[in-house]
Design a protein around this ligand. Structure first.
Ligand code: ATP
Ligand code: MG
Length: 430
């Protein structure tokens, strides 16, 4: 009899698992959490079955207990919320992710106390009525706006009363999949395509306009032709720069998970860029100075770090140049708690500064405080997005501090390279 009971409980659980598997395959996302969740359901079915068997034939509980702990451990490790309710929609089992999402969730209390979602409650009823799995949506507004896809599946239970749960009647398992970041990414992708096309279309429209003028009214007007060709060249360069920036952004993103392994000296990179940007600063009447003494080695990619320093100095000169000076500084700092040393590169200007509401968005692609003024200066709005990805790849942090009317300081902070700090390791072409 015990063997029969065991077989029926495991069969029921296996059916539930296969059912969930089919359900997942049907939605085309038989992913790792789903497989893990199915295993948990399988274990839970077995556990509940074995508990039921223990009550009937009074067998020792140790095998069931160990399976129970396996089931609990599996449930605890599923990152998505999982809730098991009985046929009256009373909560039987939840995992920590579900408790974190719905703190009001309590065992042996109706699900509706914690989850006020008529669609989900109706879905449970329908699953119990038809036996077929379904999915619905659940959205929260407080504390933040989040959206979940809820998969509701029937879970056949073994016969008999098991731990206060009526056996022989199907229970219902709910899987919640967080759609918030997927939706945000989708919105960003749509915005990105719209922004990139818009940025390319503007110079392209101007090029086409000038080509028509050169073929028509300005055909025999050499001075006008020269002037128009000059403008066309600027527009074409702008498009080329935009395409270059987009390509380097995607190249850096591709490699973002692979941190650089070669030591480089930030001092040389900062000095080289201060020299390169000297003419731009002079043209705008800005005094560009560098406070960099000694070597500051980090693990880095030289070309990428040059782009970071270039962009920060260029921004400070272009947008903060009215303050008359821009300072580049390098310093070492040690975190008191972890004892880790980092190298901070700071670029400071004394210009008009940036209003606080813009600061968190500056590293978004194409985000510019003043679009017209940035465009006039040849900017694409991709500079700081590239800087942020490079800093991330170097396992660093980017901090932007600004006080309106006083100026802006942008800091890129990298982990210091501490092993084998011998000068020849840092030898590299200047
Ligand atoms: N030091 C600064 N002072 C004031 N505003 C700044 C400063 N640095 C950046 N900004 C603002 O941040 C925006 C985004 O900078 P970012 O470097 O990403 O783009 P960009 O300079 O416009 O274009 P690109 O870098 O591609 O030439 C700028 O358009 C400007 O409005
Ligand atoms: Mg820039």
């Amino acid at each position: 009899m015990a063997r029969g009971a065991r077989r029926s409980s495991w069969t029921a659980a296996a059916i539930a698992t296969v059912g969930l598997g089919v359900f997942a395959a049907g939605r085309g996302t038989l992913d790792a959490p789903m497989i893990a969740a199915s295993l948990v359901v399988l274990c839970l079915g077995g556990v509940i079955g074995s508990l039921g068997r223990a009550r009937v034939v009074r067998m020792p509980e140790s095998p069931g207990t160990s399976r129970h702990s396996v089931a609990e451990a599996l449930l605890a490790n599923i990152p998505d919320p999982v809730i098991l309710v009985d046929r009256r929609a009373v909560v039987i089992e939840v995992n920590p992710a579900a408790r974190a999402l719905l703190p009001a969730l309590k065992l042996r209390h109706p699900l509706s106390f914690a989850l006020r979602a008529p669609d989900v409650l109706d879905g449970i009823e329908e699953v119990l009525r038809t036996g077929a799995s379904l999915k619905t949506l659940y959205a929260t507004r407080v504390p933040t706006e989040r959206a979940f896809e809820v998969q509701i599946g029937a879970l056949p239970m073994p016969d008999g009363v098991v731990g206060g749960v009526l056996g022989g009647q199907p229970n219902v398992v709910l899987f919640l999949r967080d759609l918030t970041s997927a939706r945000r990414l989708e919105a960003m992708r749509v915005d990105f395509v719209a922004n990139a096309s818009h940025e390319l279309r503007t110079p392209l429209a101007s090029l086409l306009g000038f080509i028509e003028t050169l073929q028509g009214p300005a055909r025999n007007d050499p001075p006008a032709r020269e002037r128009f060709l000059g403008i066309m060249k600027t527009q074409a360069q702008r498009m080329a720069r935009l395409v270059d920036d987009l390509l380097s952004l995607s190249r850096i993103e591709l490699r973002e998970h692979v941190p650089p392994t070669r030591p480089v000296d930030l001092t040389r990179i900062a000095r080289q860029m201060v020299d390169t940007q000297g003419p731009l600063a002079r043209d705008r009447g800005v005094m560009l100075s560098a406070a960099v003494e000694g070597a500051f080695p980090i693990l880095g990619e030289r070309d990428e770090l040059l782009r970071v320093v270039e962009n920060l100095i260029e921004n400070a000169v272009k947008y903060g140049g009215s303050g008359g000076r821009v300072e580049v500084a390098l310093r070492r700092q040690t975190d008191a708690a972890s004892g880790r040393t980092s190298v901070e590169l700071a670029v400071r200007d004394y210009g008009p500064g940036i209003a606080a509401e813009h600061i968190p968005r500056l590293t978004e692609r194409f985000y510019r405080v003043d679009v017209a003024s940035s465009r006039d200066q040849g900017g694409t709005g991709l500079g700081l997005a590239i800087v942020k990805h490079i800093v991330n790849r170097h396992r660093g942090r980017l901090l932007i501090e600004s006080v309106p009317d006083e100026g802006t300081t942008v800091r890129a902070i990298f982990p210091a390279y501490e092993a084998a700090e011998t000068p020849d390791v840092l030898a590299e072409p200047a």
